[in-house]
Design a protein around this ligand. Structure first.
Ligand code: BTN
Length: 262
């Protein structure tokens, strides 16, 4: 927890808004819930809640996000941009690109890729997950909460995650690239800078640059995959954020689902 000192984090920030208002917690249920509450109480755009541990960390599709203390980053950002609901899917991909940029900045030997729709993979293992939650009050869209869990220094996982999870340190050691533990305060500052840059770009230019960047950096492109009950070759991502598959009966667009390699 000492390496998440708020003053140190502030001194390392390069962002315009993200993290300029900062709430660092030793432990919480879910930073996404804390950020939602802060947003309802009037927190500014860019307010960040970061915790050393979460007791009810949430992943996509109601899954649990394993959140032990001391090793990784669990954070949520209050974003106040007004987006129509169909723009939330490409926003999630833009955040994924930010996370991938940050991983590369932290460990240049790694080649992180965005795994549709909300993961970042190094090789075949997941190192980060993004959970964007938007809600509305009546007809008006409330703040958007961008939640990110990033494996930073973790080297061991429960049995069910042991073959599918990694962290920046774990993946670096596998490559023999970097051996020292990463400093979580500077990893957080790098992460916030990279996410802010991609979200700003998405807000200013729309999904086109996100789709273009994913041409190079999408996990499983060109491979045979299954998305829920549909099998095909992963062709790419559309500007709606949908996944494009080429199946034996022609092209298919998937707007949601769990994607697995075959
Ligand atoms: C996923 O891959 O399923 C998304 C995981 C998102 C986890 C982060 S950790 C910080 C924030 N708080 C949560 O409860 N979830 C997100």
């Amino acid at each position: 927890m000492q390496d998440l000192d708020p003053e140190r984090i502030r001194s390392l920030l390069t962002t315009r808004a993200y993290g300029r208002s900062l709430d660092v917690r030793e432990s919480t249920a879910s930073t996404n819930d804390d950020a939602r509450e802060a947003a309802r109480a009037g927190a500014a755009r860019g307010h960040v809640v970061v915790a050393d541990a979460q007791s009810r960390g949430r992943g996509a599709h109601g899954r649990v996000w394993s959140s032990p203390s001391g090793t990784d980053l669990y954070l949520s950002i209050v974003e106040r941009v007004t987006l129509s609901p169909e723009r939330v899917a490409p926003l999630t991909l833009a955040v994924g690109l930010g996370v991938a940029d940050a991983v590369r900045a932290l460990a240049p030997a790694l080649e992180p890729r965005v795994k549709w729709p909300n993961d970042v993979w190094i090789g075949r293992r997941k190192t980060a997950g993004v959970l964007v939650e938007a809600s509305s009050i009546g007809a008006r869209m409330d703040a958007i909460v961008i939640g990110v869990g990033l494996g930073v220094n973790r080297l061991a996982w429960h049995e069910e995650l042991a073959s599918s999870a990694t962290s920046v340190l774990h993946a670096s050691r596998e490559l023999d690239a970097v051996c020292a533990e990463l400093d979580r305060a500077s990893a957080l500052a790098t992460l916030l800078g990279a996410i802010e840059a991609w979200v700003d770009r998405f807000v200013a230019e729309g999904p086109a640059p996100v789709v273009r960047a994913l041409e190079e950096r999408l996990a499983l492109r060109g491979e045979r995959v299954r998305c829920d009950d549909v099998e095909g070759v992963l062709v790419g991502v559309e500007s709606s954020g949908a996944l494009r598959l080429e199946t034996s009966s022609g092209p298919r667009s998937m707007i949601s689902g769990t994607l697995r390699p075959l």
